[in-house]
Design a protein. Structure first.
Length: 228
């Protein structure tokens, strides 16, 4: 295993690498942002990942989602990533949960995590995740919207109260009590989004903005775990 991670260990040292290998990270949502987060963590040497997502890969995912290939179209995302990640690091324990997180199962799905990455796009599910993480004192980060974005230099990691332009962040500010806003770490684009394309009828995306957000989230998680 050390041959696989020799360059990582050269950068962060054996003790910090052990912290990563002992980490148990839960990721809710493994689409364009979450898939990039998850793969970055696997390649960094995280020892255990729980992937929660109920969706399947479809052709429109091919433009931006790491797990989407011609051979995975129609597959459950968590199943496809479990196979992919075992090819990268067979020692990484992958728990694939093909479920939609809701008020009936959120506590069960999130328990035992050492870190939680909320990367779903369902505002109610995000509220449940954030409230659970705060209540249980589990470190976490929440991803805001990455669609209709081109300028990745505008990506920020801060707290929910610092968000201005993101519509999903606005929704979360409405759903969550104001005193919590300064306690909620979020990844968000600090700029106006491009106009919604009514003719296309879908939110515009490209390969860069979701993937970059995912990598930044993974970096934040890694640095927090190793204390950098």
């Amino acid at each position: 295993m050390n041959n696989r991670f020799v360059r990582t260990i050269a950068l962060i040292g054996e003790d910090n690498f052990k912290k990563l290998s002992n980490a148990y990270i839960t990721i809710i949502g493994v689409g364009g942002v979450g898939g990039s987060t998850a793969e970055s963590l696997v390649r960094a040497g995280v020892g255990k990942l729980k992937l929660i997502d109920f969706d399947e890969f479809e052709p429109s995912n091919l433009n931006r989602q790491l797990g989407a290939t011609s051979s995975t179209i129609g597959m459950k995302k968590v199943s496809a990533f479990k196979e992919r990640f075992h090819e990268i690091n067979p020692d990484c324990e992958i728990i694939a949960i093909d479920e939609k997180l809701d008020e009936n199962n959120s506590a069960k799905l999130l328990q035992d995590s050492s870190y939680i990455a909320d990367i779903c796009d369902d505002a109610i599910a995000k509220k449940l995740i954030i409230e659970y993480a705060i209540k249980e004192n589990i470190p976490f980060i929440s991803a805001m919207g990455a669609g209709n974005r081109l300028d990745i230099s505008k990506l920020m990691i801060s707290t929910l109260d610092k968000t201005k332009y993101c519509q999903l962040a606005k929704k979360m500010r409405q759903l969550l009590p104001k005193p919590l806003h300064k306690k909620i770490k979020v990844a968000f684009y600090d700029s106006e989004s491009l106009p919604y394309n009514k003719e296309a009828g879908v939110v515009g995306t490209i390969s860069t903005s979701p993937s970059y957000m995912g990598i930044r989230i993974a970096s934040e998680i890694i640095n927090e775990i190793i204390g950098k």
